[in-house]
Design a protein around this ligand. Structure first.
Ligand SMILES: [Zn+2]
Length: 197
């Protein structure tokens, strides 16, 4: 049966058969011999690696505590340059505690909003829409240009005239956070404006 995988039932049966039987002196000798020179023979082979590394870890920890008490170790744990670099990398970018996934985006869009290309885009959108809110038809009120496909969804469409629509402030506010819901309709509004002109 050597080398043949035993089923759990078979193993259980074999164990039950051995239970309570005193091992002969010869058997004891054999077992003792085969375990000679092995560290922690009481730990099963498959667990040895884990248990051994655990106990080493505890030993190192005890050692550090001792050094600390004796004043040899000044400040806990000194990281190697490599370890330091690894830690720095591990906490950079999206893993940083203060990471905001849209931080870069917000910075970019802030810069864009105050840029000359944005001013140009906004003027062209207003002009095409004849300075009229395309939602409620209000004129002579404070107007805002709205990105039909939001910057966040398609950054490259930020200066496309046909991705802009003129809205009054209250109408623009209604689109906040619901840009997707409005996108299809506003696209239609703009395309029909373009074709009827
Ligand atoms: Zn309006």
């Amino acid at each position: 049966m050597r080398g043949v995988k035993k089923s759990p039932e078979t193993i259980a049966r074999m164990k039950a058969a051995q239970k309570g039987k005193a091992k002969s002196q010869e058997t004891k000798e054999k077992i003792s011999q085969s375990l000679k020179g092995r560290k922690m023979p009481w730990v099963a082979e498959q667990n040895r690696k884990r248990v051994y590394s655990e106990s080493q870890k505890h030993a190192r920890s005890r050692q550090r505590k001792l050094e600390w008490k004796k004043g040899i170790r000044k400040s806990g744990y000194k990281h190697s340059d490599e370890a330091r670099k690894h830690n720095a990398d591990a906490h950079r970018g999206e893993k940083a505690y203060n990471w905001k996934s849209d931080r870069t985006f917000r910075l970019q869009s802030m810069q864009f909003r105050s840029s000359p290309e944005n001013r140009e885009w906004r003027n062209q959108v207003f002009k095409r829409d004849e300075y009229t809110c395309q939602e409620c038809g209000a004129r002579g009120v404070y107007l805002e240009p709205h990105h039909i496909i939001p910057l966040k969804v398609d950054w490259d469409k930020k200066t496309e005239i046909n991705n802009g629509i003129t809205l009054c402030r209250p109408c623009h506010q209604k689109t906040l956070g619901k840009e997707e819901k409005f996108a299809a309709r506003y696209t239609l509004v703009i395309t029909s404006r373009l074709t009827t002109r």
